[in-house]
Structures are given as structure tokens and as C-alpha cells.
Design a protein around this ligand. Structure first.
Ligand SMILES: [Zn+2]
Length: 94
């Protein structure tokens, strides 16, 4: 393996690790917001599901590392992941 091949492989590995961390944030939020964890009223389940739908929308992009697939704007492009929406939800669930 050449030095360039090694560097390229090493960079790909780092990207995979970062992407795995993004997926972990996403999965942890969904787990925290699972109605199955609680005995709660139907109305609260609906509210929880509403927030879960937002988390599902604002997930790490399948292709690109470090960007939110739910925050695309014509002018500015993609937002970073975790985006302000996800950061706000994370802050509330600390
Ligand atoms: Zn977002």
C-alpha cells in the first residue's frame, strides 16, 4: 500500500467514525423520546411523536458527513449536524 493509499484509507476511517457518532446522537434522541419508556396519556404520546418526527427529519445526511438532511436552504446549503433544531432538543433532554 502506498503512502497516499494509506492516507486515503485512514481519512475514510475517520469519516466513518464521525458518521457513526452522528448516527449515535440521532439514535439516542429517538430512544429518549420513545413512548414505550413511559406509562403516559395518549395526548402526551402524540406530543412525543411530534418531537420524534422532527428528530427523524433532522437526521445525519446519508451521504455527507457533518450535515443535517433536514436543513437545506437554497442560499446557504446544508446546516451542520447536529443542527440548531437538534441542539435545542438535546439541550432540553440533558
Ligand atoms: Zn436540521
Amino acid at each position: 500500500m502506498t503512502h497516499e493509499e494509506y492516507e486515503s484509507k485512514s481519512q475514510m476511517k475517520r469519516v466513518e467514525i464521525l458518521k457513526a457518532e452522528e448516527r449515535m446522537i440521532h439514535e439516542e434522541l429517538l430512544a429518549k423520546l420513545s413512548p414505550a419508556r413511559y406509562i403516559i396519556k395518549e395526548e402526551v404520546v402524540a406530543q412525543l411523536n411530534a418531537i420524534r418526527a422532527v428528530v427523524e427529519l433532522h437526521k445525519p445526511h446519508d451521504k455527507y458527513k457533518g450535515v443535517c438532511s433536514g436543513c437545506y436552504e437554497e442560499e446557504s446549503g446544508f446546516s451542520d449536524y447536529p443542527c440548531p433544531t437538534i441542539q435545542t432538543i438535546q439541550e432540553q433532554l440533558k
